[in-house]
Design a protein around this ligand. Structure first.
Ligand code: B16
Ligand code: MG
Length: 215
């Protein structure tokens, strides 16, 4: 393997845990519509774009919704979500994330964000990491969501690096698949720690031996 020159971090579930905010916002919208929704279904939304998430939720709907209605439901959920993430602070950065980020920077390895979330700029501002990354690729700049590699390929391009010298850190199976499809090595953490396709696996960033992974 070529020497590692850049690491692309997924945001939700890797740098900060917004799962509960997503869950509560979708739950409120689903309850208003009388659609069954629970934490098990919420797990399937990890790394999936907002509209694709809505389609998964609508599998339980008892009536058909028009495109305009779907748009309104997604907007309504996002308004609830944005209100909830307004309470995030730097204390919500996941354990080990800052140590890994600082270690990489100290060792001359570039760092980027590759997230499906269109709320990435708000989240980075809330947790005090606005301007910290060498590049940010997010849901606002892409048309195909994970498992398509688009967001990671864009992040690598913004870093000015070949995918072969980049590693992705992901918590979602769709993201692990996306990284591999983009020709990058991948560290699976959290929900992706048992993903056997991942190049490296760790329960959390705190438990990941970044020095040995970086070589
Ligand atoms: P938004 P990631 C993803 O972020 C979340 O994991 C996923 O649950 C969410 O639906 C998606 O962002 C879109 O988020 O509605 O804020 O645009 O894990 O790719 O950082
Ligand atoms: Mg994620």
């Amino acid at each position: 393997m070529e020497k590692l020159q850049g690491v692309i971090f997924d945001l939700d579930g890797v740098i900060v845990s917004t799962d509960d905010c997503h869950y509560r916002a979708w739950k409120k919208m689903a309850d208003e519509e009388g659609i069954e929704f629970d934490r098990e279904i919420n797990e399937r939304l990890r790394g999936v774009s907002r509209m694709d998430s809505l389609e998964i939720i609508l599998e339980k709907a008892t009536k058909a919704y028009s495109d305009a209605e779907k748009q309104e439901m997604a907007t309504r959920k996002n308004n609830y979500y944005v209100e909830l993430i307004g309470a995030l602070t730097p204390a919500d950065i996941l354990p080990g994330a800052m140590d890994v980020l600082n270690w990489l920077k100290e060792h001359g390895i570039k760092v980027a964000i590759g997230s499906s979330s269109r709320n990435t700029p708000i989240i980075l501002r809330q947790i005090g990491l606005d301007g910290f990354f060498d590049a940010v690729a997010d849901g606002n700049q892409i048309t195909r969501s994970k498992p398509d590699p688009e967001v990671f390929l864009l992040a690598a391009k913004l870093l000015g690096l070949d995918p072969a010298v980049c590693m992705v850190v992901e918590d979602a199976d769709a993201g692990v698949e996306a990284a591999l499809a983009g020709g990058m090595r991948v560290l699976g953490v959290g929900s992706a720690m048992n993903n056997e396709s991942a190049t490296y696996r760790a329960e959390t960033l705190e438990k990941a031996d970044i020095a040995s992974i970086a070589g």
